[in-house]
Design a protein around this ligand. Structure first.
Ligand SMILES: [Zn+2]
Length: 238
């Protein structure tokens, strides 16, 4: 068996038998991996609480056919604020769930790893109302489905742009409108998030616009994930 080391973020864990746990980790160099952490549920586990969702860890593993085996785990970042605050933890869980959905098994994606580490780090520093929306929009862009936000995605008209549908490719004018309504204020915020002003947008206080952009981001992400899942199902039956 091959021994390897990597860094990663624990996305989720589930039980395996009485004492063991399977951890699903997004690693920097090996993509998404599943590994057995033996004895992790015993009180005197040598891994302690290091292998919990949101943990950023340095791992040593034995490579298995399907499941690897964790032989060593060292904490890089605890994310204490995230874990002890229910609102931040809920945001982190939504980040990790989307990452888990888009990450491919054993397919390295250093960009996704960096984005995930960055989102957790940002959340540790401040509970920004736009953390999740910002992450989802950036993730959609990284997935190659960055929405068009400067002109109608269907006819190219530059305004007024009043609706949004990811399935159409972005914002839509009055004539082409479908999907959900988008206000000028929310559109301006979306342009900032996608246009390189994310760090300052993260400092925006909670408002109706941040809530709307958050809800729009979730709708867009769900729409994207559902298409992905359908395409996977189609492959399975094909
Ligand atoms: Zn149009």
């Amino acid at each position: 068996m091959t021994l390897y080391r990597d860094r990663g973020v624990v996305l989720r864990t589930y039980r395996l038998g009485e004492a063991d746990r399977i951890v699903v980790v997004l690693t920097e160099g090996h993509g998404k991996i599943r590994a057995v952490a033996k004895g992790v549920r015993k009180t005197k586990s040598r891994f302690g609480g290091r292998l919990e969702p949101t943990s950023h860890v340095s791992l040593q593993l034995y490579e298995g056919r399907e499941l690897d085996v964790v032989t060593q785990a060292d904490t890089l970042e605890h994310h204490r604020q995230v874990r002890e605050d229910l609102d931040r933890l809920a945001k982190a869980s939504a980040v990790l769930e989307a990452v888990d959905q888009v990450a491919q098994d054993r397919e390295p994606s250093p960009q996704l790893y960096r984005m995930t580490v960055g989102a957790l780090r940002s959340l540790e520093q401040q509970d920004s109302p736009l953390l999740l929306a910002g992450f989802y929009w950036k993730l959609l862009a990284a997935e190659g489905v960055a929405p068009l936000v400067d002109a109608c995605a269907r006819c190219g008209s530059d305004g007024p742009l009043v609706a949004f549908a990811l399935t159409e490719g972005g914002v839509l004018c009055r004539e082409c409108r479908t999907g959900v309504p988008i206000s000028a204020e929310v559109l301006a915020l979306l342009r900032r998030v996608l246009g390189g002003d994310l760090n300052r947008a993260l400092l925006e206080p909670a408002s109706r616009a941040t809530r709307e952009l958050d809800s729009l981001a979730t709708t867009a992400m769900e729409s994207h994930l559902e298409r992905r899942l359908r395409s996977i199902r189609a492959l399975d039956h094909g």
